[in-house]
Design a protein. Structure first.
Length: 132
């Protein structure tokens, strides 16, 4: 029984490592898109506390939010934050990957202002319907 506990702990570190790789990859791609002029603002992802009411069966114990901060040098309108969120949410493969890695919340924030937008990730993937 003890060996199963240790395997669970090792799996947690593997997931954490994969989460960190995804964050680094996103940030590297976002930086290159901004530098090359493809993206109008610099985006940076990080891990946040998340929204506890958005939990699902794959949610991590702690820090279940995938946060993207948009560095624009000004307060972004709510519509701009929603647009950034929709770009992420329209990539079903990315959303599924975020869910499997333990995230349940997508957060988009600007670098100025006091509000942001949050989405429950599981609401943005097509789940099969099973007949009882």
């Amino acid at each position: 029984m003890l060996s199963n506990t240790w395997n669970d702990i090792l799996d947690w570190f593997e997931d954490r490592s994969e989460k960190n790789r995804l964050i680094r990859s996103f940030n590297k791609s976002a930086k290159m898109a901004f530098v090359s002029g493809i993206a109008p603002t610099l985006l940076k992802s990080s891990i946040s506390k998340g929204e506890s009411t958005y939990k699902h069966q794959f949610s991590s114990w702690l820090n279940t939010g995938f946060r993207i901060q948009a560095f624009s040098g000004r307060v972004l309108a709510k519509e701009e934050l929603i647009h950034i969120g929709n770009v992420i949410l329209n990539d079903e493969m990315l959303v599924r990957k975020l869910i499997v890695l333990g995230w349940d919340t997508l957060e988009i924030h600007g670098d100025h202002g006091s509000y942001g937008c949050k989405w429950q990730l599981k609401d943005h993937i097509a789940l099969p319907r099973f007949n009882p």
